[in-house]
Each structure stands twice: as structure tokens, then as C-alpha cells.
Design a protein around this ligand. Structure first.
Ligand SMILES: Nc1ncnc2c1ncn2[C@@H]1O[C@H](COP(=O)(O)OP(=O)(O)OP(=O)(O)O)[C@@H](O)[C@H]1O
Ligand SMILES: [Mg+2]
Length: 228
């Protein structure tokens, strides 16, 4: 299979007053369609920054990013948001669910940006909740769910619009071992059986084992191996 993502000579520099912080430099990376990639590296090495660029949450200072043959590095905020809504699902360490809404309503949220009817939104959200094994918890609010269950609701929300790409930033960082394995098993199923391409940042070597392979960032560049 071909590359879903092609990154060339990518750089990200944050300007803070007169000080420039070069967070990523000379990143060259291909990610094959259907891959499950783990991204590791020390705190502050630029993992979240790179993930956010891949998912179109941020734009680079220099270099190019194509996803599915489309350049996203030059898109303005509006077109980029549209592109994200159609192509990317996000999973974060702290779930980012809306506390006042039921699991069902949380999963429906991304569909408010689409043309689907309210009945279709409900149905698609119910399908996604079933896929993550939480159809019986659909009416629960986040505070009425365990951490692992909340993360599975967040995964249902990430997949409800059927995106090609899932980007996950330390999705098991706040979970106990068993819940982490449930979430990782679910990501593996989404990769193997539903064809999702996954890029996952993690600090946990056991989590990285669920991926097909692992890349390491160090001080803003990709390195062959983790430095001991
Ligand atoms: N908005 C910003 N302005 C200035 N510097 C930033 C900004 N966001 C991130 N940085 C800097 O960029 C560097 C990389 O941050 P990033 O969040 O990508 O690291 P990380 O590898 O995800 O770390 P962690 O494992 O702790 O999550 C850090 O030195 C950070 O201080
Ligand atoms: Mg981070």
C-alpha cells in the first residue's frame, strides 16, 4: 500500500518575544496507509507538536505535509478545520469529554458539523458506542464512567465520522494497566479490522508494542534508536 502521509523537511519554531524556540527540525517521514505507528521520546522532544501538525491542529513553520495526496501545511484555519472534521479522529490523554453530556451526546458532537439528520447522528453514534463495547452506558455522563470507559467513549467520538486517520496523544497515560490494555486492544482492532491508520504518542514501551513499529524523537529530530 502507498503512503497516506508524506512529510518533508518539516520545521516548527515558536516565537516567544525575541526568543525563538525551534521545536521540530528537518523531519522527513512517510506513514503508510493502514500503518499503526508509535511515537516515543523524552518529554519536550516535540511529540505532541508533530502529532498536532499531522492532524492539522497546527501549521508548520516550514516544510510540507501531505495526507492522502492533499497538502495541508498551507491551509488556512477554516479549510483546515473542515479537512480535520472529514479526515482525522483525535484521542487525548485526558479524554476531553463534555461533562454535562451523556456518552451518546458526546459521540454525536463531531457529527453536528455534517449534513446528517438528527436521527442519522443518533444512529451513527450508537454504532460507534457499540463498537467500543459501551452501548449499555450510552446514557451515562463522563462522571458516571471509569477512566477506561471514558477513553473508549472518546475513541467512539474519534471514529464516529469514519476518518481515515486516528491521532492519539498518550491515550493510555492516565489509565491503569487493564484499562490501558483494553484501549490498546481496541486501537489494534480499529487498525487491523477497520483499516484506520493510527499515529500514537506514548511513553509506555508496553503500549508501543501494540503498534507495528516505533519511531523516536529526540530534541526535535527523528532518531534511529532511543538514547539509553
Ligand atoms: N505554544 C508554544 N510556545 C512555545 N513553546 C512551545 C509551545 N508549545 C510547545 N512548546 C515547546 O515545544 C517543545 C516540545 O513540546 P511538545 O509538547 O511537543 O513535547 P512532547 O514531546 O509532547 O512532551 P511531553 O512528553 O511532555 O508531552 C517544548 O520544549 C515546549 O516547551
Ligand atoms: Mg506531549
Amino acid at each position: 500500500m502507498g503512503n497516506l502521509i508524506e512529510i518533508r523537511d518539516l520545521a516548527k519554531v515558536y516565537a516567544r518575544g525575541k526568543q525563538k524556540v525551534e521545536v521540530l527540525h528537518h523531519i522527513d517521514l512517510n506513514i503508510a496507509e493502514g500503518d499503526f505507528l508509535a511515537l516515543m521520546g523524552p518529554s519536550g522532544s516535540g511529540k505532541t507538536t508533530l502529532l498536532n501538525l499531522i492532524g492539522g491542529l497546527d501549521t508548520p513553520t516550514a516544510g510540507t505535509i501531505s495526507v492522502g495526496g492533499q497538502r495541508i501545511d498551507q491551509l488556512g484555519a477554516g479549510p483546515l478545520a473542515k479537512w480535520r472534521a472529514a479526515n482525522v479522529g483525535f484521542v487525548f490523554q485526558f479524554y476531553n469529554l463534555m461533562p454535562m453530556l451523556s456518552a451518546q451526546r458526546n459521540v454525536e458532537l463531531p457529527l453536528l458539523l455534517t449534513k446528517l439528520s438528527s436521527a442519522q447522528r443518533k444512529q451513527n453514534a450508537a454504532i460507534a458506542l457499540k463498537l467500543v463495547g459501551l452501548d449499555e452506558r450510552a446514557s451515562h455522563k463522563p462522571s458516571e464512567l471509569s477512566g477506561g470507559q471514558q477513553q473508549r467513549v472518546a475513541i467512539a467520538r474519534a471514529i464516529v465520522s469514519d476518518p481515515t486517520l486516528l491521532v492519539c496523544d498518550e491515550p493510555t497515560g492516565d489509565l491503569d494497566r487493564q484499562s490501558a490494555e483494553d484501549v490498546l486492544g481496541l486501537l489494534r482492532t480499529l487498525n487491523r479490522e477497520h483499516g484506520k491508520t493510527i499515529v500514537m504518542v506514548t511513553h509506555d514501551p508496553k503500549a508501543a508494542e501494540y503498534a507495528n513499529h516505533t519511531l523516536h524523537l529526540d530534541k526535535g529530530t527523528l532518531v534511529e534508536q532511543a538514547l539509553a
